[in-house]
Ligand binder design. Sequence first.
Ligand SMILES: Cc1cc2nc3c(=O)[nH]c(=O)nc-3n(C[C@H](O)[C@H](O)[C@H](O)COP(=O)(O)OP(=O)(O)OC[C@H]3O[C@@H](n4cnc5c(N)ncnc54)[C@H](O)[C@@H]3O)c2cc1C
Length: 430
Amino acid sequence: MNLLHPGQDGYAEELAGFQTAVPTAPAAVVAAESAEDVVAAVRYAAEHRLAVAVQATGHGLTAGTDGVLISTRRMTGVEIDVAARTARVEAGARWEAVIAAAGEHGLAPLSGSSPDVGVVGYTLSGGFGLMARRYGRAADHVRALDVVTADGELRRAEPGSDLFWALRGGRAGFGVVTAIEFELLPVRELYGGSLTFDSADVPAVLRAWRTWSAAAPDTLTTSVAMIPYPDLPMVPEPLRGKHAAQVRIAYLGEDGDSLVAPLRAVAPALADTLRVLPFTESGSIAAEPRQPHGYHGTNATVSQLNDAMLDAVLEHAGPGAATPPVLIVDRLGGALARTPETPGVGWDRSAEFVVRALSVVGDDGVAAVRRAHAKLFDALAPWTTGRLLPFVYGEHAPEEVAEGVYPAADLRRLRELNRRFDPENAFRAR
Ligand SMILES: Cc1cc2nc3c(=O)[nH]c(=O)nc-3n(C[C@H](O)[C@H](O)[C@H](O)COP(=O)(O)OP(=O)(O)OC[C@H]3O[C@@H](n4cnc5c(N)ncnc54)[C@H](O)[C@@H]3O)c2cc1C
């Protein structure tokens, strides 16, 4: 086991991840290379009565730890079983690797907007992907997980077991997953990309997207974003300095151009990247940044998107807002509204949309971002039904991370299982 203490060579490098705004100073970092290393690390933490936290890519970091941080970035194995249409993936693999390996066989995983994100952290959070309205959450397509529980035992979690239920949506709190097995879908290509519109057209685009997406077939997964592009040379023209509206589309049906014609008619687009593309290029749809930075974000699932709500979204997050975040509204429904065969932990199947806000943490710190986001989410509160775990980003107290995420019955069961599998609360950093 490669155990690193503060000040030792490699300690700081091992901590570094995508998120740079969550301070963390573990007593030790374990650069794990195998399930055996993870077992040894969990046993070491138990012996020294230290908390255990896990990091693969650092995309989802919410709370720092002063205990043992198990870094899984070297555990990157990906195996595809073409006949069974499944993948077995080690704890540190990113979607990018699975998409490439599955793509060689005309298969695709239920990955999300960024191929840079870690497979395990994403799936344990629920996993809301590019084909979510067609196939549902990634967590609901998991076949088995290998997990080291707080007692230092490597277990296999399979359908029917409490651990299998809790890990699929309950994220941390139950153990360190060393490998995950899940279904792949026979998807070789899709119609996808984005339409980006100028600042002046933002209100019209939001309203048009709401109407257009209401009639969407399940084969269409779509969101609309409002993005304040900085006026910096790194931002390409014609987006530089614009507060743009961007409609994002992933469509598995025929004749995508006809489907999007009503959107193209709303206003002239600043950029139009819609085309038939191989699933291996699906990361280009949202084209999210890959360079590490500090960010903070939260979200709300809502039962509708009425005019008062759109007005609030525009006021607090649109062009002209004092401190606008990147604001994304996703249409839920489709397969996300149906109960899957082996459901994992809670997901609000009745919600119609999720509204997510994400801000870069500037010199004013996290508190300023929280204040700005609170104005938006307070205005949406009358229609808010819950919150999605994957889109809680940046510094949060562990108990705050799960706020609003689980229905009461699921939360009770999760807490009972937490006490059973982790009586000393070693996995407290969620
Ligand atoms: C740019 C960007 C795009 C995103 N797009 C999407 C999207 O389209 N859909 C979506 O659903 N989510 C999306 N997310 C959210 C993402 O799925 C979560 O933040 C997820 O937790 C990230 O996992 P990670 O392993 O990459 O990050 P990490 O920060 O390394 O891990 C996050 C957390 O996951 C848990 N975890 C990770 N590995 C293990 C393990 N082996 N065992 C137990 N627990 C573990 C831990 O609680 C850890 O703190 C996105 C995030 C970013 C920053």
